[in-house]
Ligand binder design. Structure first.
Ligand SMILES: [Zn+2]
Length: 322
């Protein structure tokens, strides 16, 4: 991939750039994800390689809430006398740069980590953060998926069980409210959505909402059917996010730049429109190949289809659960 292309993608807050490059053949046709990922050795190694050098961008959002971008999924940080609380852990290879970024936000120790879901690009750093003092909290399905080996079919990848220090020791099964650093944190379980383990974290006083991977700002999202995700649940989560956001809410997506209520509405509308088209074609008995040939995502591809999840891949993810 060209340096310019790489910079463009990392600026957008992703580090899956090699996958994007290899998903497009010389003729312009999309490879299946399996072909693309096979060509790109494997996605996990690539993400780790990028995290080993990619810079971490720190942005203060509102009150004592900041965001770190550049290591897997976006990381929220709440600072104060109770110690630093992180939402999502990023990639282990970013540890020196994450520590530097955290030090720039104050001297308080790291005391808590919340995982929005089990995926590697949100939990890889769990073990070192725990070793540095973080008690880890997540939905019970996140703990379940981290405790044992997981296969993600669409990535053609088998994840081993996580080491003991990376496993959340506090789990939630229903919605939960925490107090830390003078803030009220509202943790809500979406039900099956991007996976079966997704939660949102809302910093009530600062009015900042971290959606995890139920929202990818500006690009088609991945949906992990291997661990309980689906398009209908993804749409339900998108509706819940719109309902939870007000005009002043700052929204931290799982991937992509910081957003707002209008960004959530655009994402929801895109999902609803594409699902309606794909579901109608599938109901007529069309095969995946026939539906893909109809280009049901065409109206959205210029804005949303420029990254890892291209038009054909996203059509497949929608078709599977339509
Ligand atoms: Zn994810």
């Amino acid at each position: 991939m060209t340096r310019t292309g790489h910079q463009m993608l990392t600026r957008r807050g992703f580090c899956l750039c090699c996958v994007a490059a290899t998903s497009f053949t010389a003729s312009g046709a999309w490879l299946t994800p399996r072909q693309a990922f096979a060509q790109a050795k494997n996605i996990v190694d690539m993400i780790r390689e990028h995290a080993a050098t990619d810079p971490i961008k720190v942005t203060k959002l509102r009150g004592n809430v900041s965001v770190l971008e550049g290591s897997g999924g976006n990381i929220a940080v709440l600072t104060g006398a109770d110690g630093k609380l992180l939402v999502d852990a990023g990639i282990t290879a970013s540890k020196p740069r994450i520590l530097e970024a955290l030090a720039g936000l104050g001297k308080d120790p790291i005391t808590r980590l919340i995982n929005t879901h089990w995926h590697f690009d949100h939990t890889d750093g769990n073990e070192w953060l725990h070793q540095n003092g973080a008690v880890i909290l997540a939905h019970e399905n996140t703990r379940k998926h981290l405790q044992s080996a997981q296969r993600v079919d669409e990535w053609d990848f088998n994840f081993p069980a996580s080491p003991p220090g990376a496993i959340p020791t506090e789990v939630m099964t229903a919605d939960r409210t925490l107090k830390a650093n003078g803030s009220t944190l509202e943790l809500k379980y979406y039900g099956p959505a991007h996976t079966d383990s997704d939660i949102s974290v809302r910093f009530a006083e600062a009015d900042v909402l971290h959606t995890g991977d139920t929202f990818w700002n500006g690009v088609y999202p991945f949906i992990d059917y291997s661990t309980g995700g689906g398009i209908k649940g993804t749409i339900a989560a998108a509706e819940a996010n719109v309902a939870a956001a007000g005009d002043k809410t700052i929204v931290i997506p799982g991937h992509g730049p910081i957003s707002d209520r209008a960004g959530l509405v655009a994402f929801r509308d895109m999902l609803v429109a594409i699902h309606a088209k794909v579901a109608a074609l599938k109901a007529k008995g069309l095969s995946l190949e026939q539906v893909t040939a109809e280009r049901p995502t065409a109206a959205f591809d210029e804005k949303w289809g420029q990254f890892v999840i291209g038009p054909a891949f996203f059509t497949r993810l929608v078709y599977e659960g339509a």
